[in-house]
Design a protein around this ligand. Sequence first.
Ligand SMILES: *Cc1c(COP(=O)(O)O)cnc(C)c1O
Length: 410
Amino acid sequence: MATATAFDVTAIRADFPILGTEVHGTPLVYLDNAATTQKPRAVLQALQEYYASSNANVHRGVHYLSGKATDLFEDARARIGRFIGAADPREVIFTRNATEGINLVAQAWGRANVGAGDEVLISAMEHHSNIVPWQMLCEEKGATLRVIPMFDSGELDMDAYARLLSPRTRIVAVSALSNALGTVNPVEQITRAAHEAGAIVLVDGAQAAYHMPVDVGAIGCDFFVLTGHKLYGPTGIGVLYGRAAILDAMPPWQGGGDMISSVTFERSTWNVLPYKFEAGTPHIAGAVGLGAAVDYIGAIGMDRIQAHERELLAYGTEALRQVPGLTLIGTAPRKASILSFVMDGIHPHDLGTIVDREGVAIRTGHHCAQPVMDRLGIPATARASLAMYNTREEIDALVAALHKARKVFG
Ligand SMILES: *Cc1c(COP(=O)(O)O)cnc(C)c1O
C-alpha cells in the first residue's frame, strides 16, 4: 500500500483494482471523479471483512458480535470526525449522502427556525442538492431564497454577498468547491460575514472533502456535509457535521428505532447526540468502509494528494488550451482539479460518446448544476475531473481523443 514517504502514483494506482479495467479494448482512463471516485482495496477489504467476521446490529445487543459491530461503527465515526476536524464524535451524524445531510438541516433546523419573511442565502454555483431542499423549505414557510451571484470566471461576487446579508438572513448554504466549475470558495470569509450578520452557515463539502484538507473548526461553520462515495468510500453513506449546541437545540428529523430514549403511545423522548438524528439501522458496513477510506487518505496525506492534483490541473489546463476550438468553463484563480469545457461545433454529449470509444470516461451535461449553465448561457459542458490516481498520460489520452473528435466533426 502507498505510504507517506513519497507520492508514488504508480503504487497508488495498484491499490485500485478497477483501474486495470479495459473498455472498448483500451485501458480505462477514468476522469469522472467528481461524480464518484473509485475505491482502494483497503475499502473493499474492510467491507468484506465486516460482513465476514463482525456483522450484527449496533447499539442493541449485549452479545459479542453486536459489541464488535458497535465498536467498529463508533470507531469509524471518531476517525471520520478527526478527518474533518470535528471536536467531538457526537457532532458527526451518519447519513446516506450529502443530499440527505442538507435535507436533514433544511427540515429539522429549517422548519423550527425559518419563518415567513426570512431569507435563505445560497450561491449561483450550487449543486441541485443544495438548492432544492431550501426551495422546498422556503415554499413551505413563506421565506425567500436569495442567490449570491458569480462572475463569468466562476468566482463568487463577494461584494454582492455582503450586500445580500441582512437581519432577515437565517442561514447561508454554500459549496466549498463547485462540482461544475472547480471553483474553491472562501468559506472561512463567507462564514465570518454570515455570523456577523446573525446567520448560521452550512458548507457543502461533497467535493472539497476529497480534494483538499478540511477543518470544520477553522472554517467555523455550523454544518458541513460530505458524501462517502466521492471520498473513495462506499455509496450509501455520508456525514452531516453539526455544532453540538445547534444539534442539541434542534428537533429530531426522522422518527424510529435508535433515535429515541423512551417510547410510549402517549409520547416519546429523544436519544442523545448523535443518535437523535440516526433513525433506524444505519449503513454499518458503509461507515466502516468510509473509515477505511479516510485511513487510506491519511496514510498518503491529503496535502500530498492536493499537490499532485494541482500539478495535474496545471498540466491539464495547459494541454486543453492547445486544443483548437476548446473553451474552458470555470477559470477562477482558486480552483481544484475539475476541468469543464465546451468545443465549437460539437455538442458535449457527442464529445462524451466519442472519447468513451477511446476508453476515456468524462461527464457531459449540466452536472446537477443547471443554474450554472443558464448563468453562462450554455446547455452543457464536458467535464474531466481528476483524483489522486490520475496521471499526465491520462490527460494526454483525453487530449488525443478530443483531437479525434475534432476530426470527426471537421
Ligand atoms: C455530488 C455532490 C453533491 C451530492 O452528493 P450525493 O452523494 O449525491 O448526495 C452535493 N454537492 C456537491 C458539490 C456535489 O459535488
